[in-house]
Design a protein around this ligand. Structure first.
Ligand SMILES: O=C(O)[C@H](O)[C@@H](O)[C@H](O)[C@H](O)COP(=O)(O)O
Length: 232
């Protein structure tokens, strides 16, 4: 089930999404003493990150991770970790702990076992997951034609992390698996622009997950709806 939230501006969306995410994180801190937030990279989340970084929750009890990462060091402007550091881990949110993917000196495939161990140790379920979506229907690093796509979107796969190479991905990537994302307390999808709305409608109109892997997310059976945030 999908619950849609539409805003007139990207600014209004960023404000609403950050308030909603902060409230769920605060709830996790209040009930379990800590909270885990997994966010996407790419260009869409920047404004949301900036708003979220200013929210006054106890960030020292929050662990921030990425849903997926391009396998590049933080010196690259393609690095999602860098995007996070420059836009989210600032101000009050600078006190958050982080669990990041990139490991210098190893390929994504060489790092798979240690990454899986490291990320499997995180509390389950994740409190908040915010996904993006590409115009090709990918989300996280679940790309059409991805070499490890079937296991990445297999809801029964116990692994936490899978490396991914795909024609549509500029560099090798690593991604949390769908099974790690599926039971998040708040599972949000954040997309902007008319193009992505058209892509979304196309995704919702079919079931072939190889063609549009984001369908694997929309097809999840969950206790609470997936929250879809859109602005023009
Ligand atoms: O590293 C990444 O690229 C992401 O985590 C990815 O899954 C992203 O959410 C979509 O590609 C949308 O990207 P844009 O916001 O740049 O359109």
């Amino acid at each position: 089930m999908l619950k849609r939230h539409e805003y007139e501006t990207r600014e209004a969306l960023a404000e609403a999404l950050s308030a909603g995410v902060a409230a769920v994180l605060a709830g996790g801190i209040a009930t379990r003493g800590e909270a885990v937030l997994a966010v996407s990279g790419g260009s869409t989340p920047k404004l949301f990150f900036q708003h979220l970084s200013r929210t006054e929750i106890d960030w020292s009890r929050v662990t921030v991770l990425l849903v997926d990462e391009r396998w590049v060091p933080e010196t690259s402007d393609r690095s999602n970790a860098r995007l996070l550091r420059e836009n989210l881990l600032q101000g009050p949110a600078g006190a958050a702990r982080t669990e990041l993917f990139f490991q210098e000196g190893e390929s994504a495939e060489e790092a798979e076992a240690s990454l899986s161990r490291r990320f499997a140790a995180l509390p389950r379920p994740l409190d908040v997951v915010v996904l993006g979506m590409g115009d090709d229907g990918h989300t996280a690093s679940f790309f059409p034609g991805g070499d490890r796509l079937p296991e990445a979107i297999d809801p029964a796969n116990p692994a936490a992390v899978v490396p991914m190479r795909a024609p549509g991905a500029t560099e090798p990537r690593v991604t949390l698996t769908l099974s790690r994302l599926a039971d998040a307390r708040l599972l949000a999808v954040h997309i902007e622009g008319e193009n992505k709305r058209a892509t979304l409608e196309r995704a919702l109109g079919g079931t072939d997950t190889a063609e549009m892997p984001v369908r694997a997310v929309f097809g999840l059976e969950r206790e609470t709806p997936i929250e879809l945030f859109w602005a023009p």
